[in-house]
Design a protein around this ligand. Structure first.
Ligand code: WT7
Length: 659
């Protein structure tokens, strides 16, 4: 694919790397790293500030504060700015419910809705810095509420509507939220998810919550707690139609979003207002080349960072038209998404490798029934995309005509970090590679000692310089913030991902290097699942591993030891699965459960994960010379044999019982 004769350099390329003659990109990237403050100040001027910053960057490692002293408001950026122009009558959101209804929301409708909801929040006593939890399906009220919080300087925490009671309680308690907003239900694959009941159950464990605001979606009867619960619709009856946006300092938190780490407790990732918006505004333009006539559809759930940045804040800050679809991708038929693309004339389609693999399996016939000629650009996010899925995406969805932007980023990075940037220059693509770091992003692949690796060697992905979208902190856990991201290599941001850079400087992201799993693109920590399993009364100990899955990327495998007197059975297996779905949510459904006599541990009691992994994937233990565990090689081998026999026996036992 390459025809570059002369090696060009990007200031962050390891030696031995060639580079395509990408003039604009290289210049921009080089300038951004040579003069980050000048570069980002120029980008920041694309937004509206009530007051400009006193200082572009205050970098006291590991804390970065961007645009210090600057004042702005996120709701103003995403709405007021546009309603002052011709965009007031432009579409902001095409919403489609799973049941087929459509609502088209213009920027002036968005303005009115967000103002009125902001007025409701104020009447409920919510003010600047207060935290509001949003546990909602993908309905218009979700972005309305996020922007309404931002308007008054309140901090939102969205909890993915697929999470269950315990997961909600953990998050609500961590931030001590006083207000939670939910709905009377949400539609998923034709069924109703009882969000209010789940909320009520969670709130039994959440003494901080004083008010529950309920959005009407399904009209189903729901349990009601007088004095605590209020309908949003009745509060709106006497809401004001304008609420002055609260100017906040650039480092005032816009939101806290929980994500999984290596301990059982999820991390509350805190994002700023100014840096976050500047970073998202710019990267969105570079990667998606957004124009006024674009119709942008990101299929993620608003409950994840992709939804925060790529559904709400980045597109709306550009006055773009987005699609928001409430339901399941394959409901009522497998071509629901293709129907939506055709119906709204989607031009940019941003989705996950898991979804693509699912459609691949369903077959291209479903696509052929639809006119997808509106599509111009495709995007992938959330997990590595295998070249087969990439090719299928390109050929059958993009009809050999649309470039694919594979975008690498994380909840913590706030916005896209590594991706092709057609908005800057047409970057030659390689199926399976996220290509090059965006301007302002100084990414590298290092070995265990933090030394940069030459091309084509696998190592760990790190970021050398702070960027404006970087998380401010982990909520009330500065120590965890430092340990998670800055203790592996002092001064370098540790991503937790394996990566490789090829001879053209392209990044290949190779999956997590820590105890975090990516199941269907959803991030979940092994410790979180283990804690939940152990809470089952029959379980003594639990350990989680994963195995490759053709569609989901990874699938969950559980190893369990039972308490005295309990014995393995398929009933117990089912019970544990139910228990997990109930405690965390359907994303934590294991594909396999092995009941074993004991778990492989080191003398100091640490679970030897690579043994679990080898048993789960049915592979041999492989090279033990680079063993990072404290276990001895012999110990590992013995544990492996024991477990392999045990899981084999357990399997046979269950099969025999079933027969
Ligand atoms: C992890 C972050 C970024 C929004 C959604 C995920 C994996 C993400 C890619 C990609 C390979 C990817 C990484 C990363 N990941 N994008 N394009 N190629 N891997 O956010 O839930 O915080 O997960 O997702 O492993 O660390 P998240």
């Amino acid at each position: 694919m390459t025809n570059s004769t002369e090696a060009e350099t990007v200031s962050s390329l390891p030696t031995g790397t060639r580079m395509w003659p990408l003039k604009r990109y290289i210049e921009m990237h080089r300038h951004s790293l040579d003069d980050p403050k000048g570069f980002w100040a120029e980008e920041a001027r694309k937004l509206d500030w009530y007051k400009t910053w006193d200082k572009v960057l205050d970098w006291k490692p590991p804390y970065a504060k961007w645009f210090v002293g600057g004042k702005l408001n996120a709701s103003f950026q995403c709405i007021d700015r546009h309603v002052r122009t011709w965009r007031k009558s432009k579409v902001a959101i095409y919403w489609e419910g799973e049941t087929g209804e459509t609502r088209v929301c213009s920027y002036s409708t968005l303005f009115r809705a967000v103002n009125r909801i902001a007025s409701v929040l104020k009447k409920l006593g919510v003010g600047k810095g207060d935290k509001v939890v949003l546990y909602l399906p993908m309905i218009l009220e979700l972005p309305y509420l996020m922007l309404a919080c931002a308007r008054i300087g309140a901090v939102h925490t969205v909890i993915f509507s697929g999470f269950s009671a315990q997961a909600i309680a953990d998050r609500v308690n961590d931030i001590q939220a006083k207000v939670i907003v939910t709905a009377d239900g949400g539609y998923r694959r034709g069924k109703i998810i009882a969000l209010k009941e789940i909320t009520d159950e969670a709130l039994k464990r959440c003494p901080s919550v004083e008010k529950v605001v309920v959005v009407k979606r399904t009209g189903e009867a729901i349990p009601w707690t007088e004095g605590r619960d209020v309908w949003l619709s009745s509060m709106l009856e006497d809401a004001e139609s304008f609420v002055t946006p609260e100017p906040v300092e650039s480092n005032h938190p816009l939101y806290i979003l929980y994500t999984s780490g290596t301990t059982g407790k999820p991390k509350g990732v805190v994002h700023s207002t100014g840096g976050y918006l500047v970073f998202n505004h710019s990267t969105y333009q570079w990667v998606f080349n957004i124009r006024d006539e674009s119709v942008f559809w990101c299929t993620a759930d608003v409950g994840w960072v992709t939804g925060h940045s790529s559904i709400v804040y980045a597109p709306l800050s550009h006055g773009a038209a987005i699609v928001l679809y409430e339901g399941a991708p394959d409901y009522p038929t497998v071509d629901r998404w293709w129907d939506i693309i055709e119906k709204y004339g989607v031009t940019i389609f941003y989705t996950s490798p898991t979804a693509i693999r699912m459609f691949m399996r369903a077959g291209k016939e479903w696509l052929e029934k639809h006119d997808l000629s509106s599509l111009e650009l495709l995007g992938s996010v959330g997990e590595p995309i295998n070249p087969e899925a990439w090719q299928w995406f390109y050929k059958h969805i993009g009809q050999d005509r649309c470039p694919i932007v594979d975008t690498w980023w994380q909840t913590e990075t706030g916005g896209i970090m590594i991706a092709p940037a057609p908005g800057i220059e047409a970057i030659p693509l390689k199926p399976g590679s996220a290509t090059l770091p965006l301007p302002g992003v100084d990414a590298a692949v290092v070995d265990a000692s933090g030394k940069e690796l030459p091309p084509n060697q696998t190592g760990l992905l790190i970021i050398r310089k702070p960027w404006p979208g970087m998380l401010l902190d982990i909520y009330e856990s500065p120590q965890r913030y430092q340990e998670s991201y800055w203790s592996h290599f002092p001064g370098l941001y540790y991503s937790g991902d394996f990566a490789m850079r090829d001879e053209d400087g392209y990044f290949w992201l190779l999956g997590r290097a820590d105890e975090v799993l990516k199941i269907a693109g959803h991030r979940i920590g092994t410790a979180e699942i283990e804690d939940a399993v152990i809470a089952h009364p029959s379980v003594a100990e639990a350990a989680v591993a994963s195995k490759p899955d053709e569609i989901k990327g990874e699938a969950l495998v559980l190893f369990i030891t039972l308490i005295e007197g309990e014995s393995p059975s398929s009933t117990l297996k089912k019970e544990i699965i139910q228990h997990l779905r109930h405690a965390i949510g359907p994303i934590a459904t294991p594909d396999e459960i092995y009941f074993v006599e004991s778990l492989p541990k080191t003398r100091s009691g640490k679970i030897i994960r690579r043994v679990l992994k080898a048993v789960a994937t049915g592979q041999s233990l492989g090279d033990l010379t680079t063993l990072e565990d404290t276990a001895s090689v012999e110990e590992v081998k013995r544990a492996y044999e024991r477990l392999k026999n045990a899981s084999g026996k357990a399997k046979k036992l269950l099969e025999a019982k079933r027969a």
